[in-house]
Structure formats: structure tokens, C-alpha cells
Design a protein around this ligand. Structure first.
Ligand code: FES
Length: 120
């Protein structure tokens, strides 16, 4: 299997978000949100301030309604489907989507064209 193994789909509860540290840097650099069999992967870096991590504690990426991604630093809110900021200081800017594959065994891999070294 090509690409960098991230986790299994079942490792992310339906409707929730999880952070990952594929570089083992000691800080999550990838965030994943699952809705059923649909998955969204983004760099864990707020466009308001380049490399600012989004969560104030492990895996705290979503608002209370679980319908938006929230940056804990200054409260920017992002559409889950597109990663676009729809409220807050970086309005109109977007999270960086990461390409991935989900195979029939439920394994999620970052694709090989994802340059892990450029992750925040
Ligand atoms: S760093 Fe995310 S809203 Fe300011």
C-alpha cells in the first residue's frame, strides 16, 4: 500500500474529529473529521496565523454542535466540507486539505504526494 498510514476509519468516531502526528513531532499536524464514510483531512494549521495549531486540547476541533471546525486561538470557524473560514478573523481563507485514500479495509493513508515535511 502506498502512502503514509494514518489510522483506520473506525478509529474516528462518526461525527467526531481526531488529530494525528504522522511525523512524530510531538504535536498533531493533521486533523481528520468523519461523517459516516465521508472523511475530511486538513493540515492542523489555522490560516489566520500560518502554523497555529487549531485545538486547545487533544482532538478539540469542533464546535458544540459538531457542524463546524473551530480554531481555539481566536475563534475562527470553518466549513467542514470545504475548510473555508465562514466566521472570524480569516474569513474567506481556507484550511489546507490533504489528499488521502480510504481502502476497502477501512485504512486511511495520506497519499504519497502529501509532503509531510511541510506540515506545520
Ligand atoms: S490563529 Fe486561528 S483564529 Fe487566529
Amino acid at each position: 500500500m502506498s502512502g503514509h498510514f494514518l489510522c483506520r476509519l473506525d478509529d474516528i468516531p462518526d461525527g467526531e474529529a481526531r488529530g494525528f502526528d504522522p511525523l512524530r513531532s510531538g504535536q498533531d499536524t493533521v486533523l481528520a473529521i468523519r461523517r459516516g464514510r465521508t472523511l475530511h483531512l486538513y493540515r492542523d494549521a489555522c490560516p489566520h496565523h500560518g502554523t497555529t495549531p487549531m485545538a486547545w486540547r487533544k482532538d478539540a476541533y469542533l464546535n458544540a454542535q459538531r457542524d463546524r471546525i473551530v480554531c481555539s486561538a481566536h475563534g475562527a470557524q470553518f466549513d467542514i466540507e470545504t475548510g473555508t473560514c465562514i466566521l472570524g478573523p480569516c474569513l474567506g481563507q481556507s484550511l489546507t486539505a490533504l489528499p488521502f485514500t480510504l481502502n476497502d479495509r477501512g485504512e486511511i493513508h495520506l497519499t504519497t504526494d502529501t509532503n509531510l515535511e511541510t506540515l506545520p
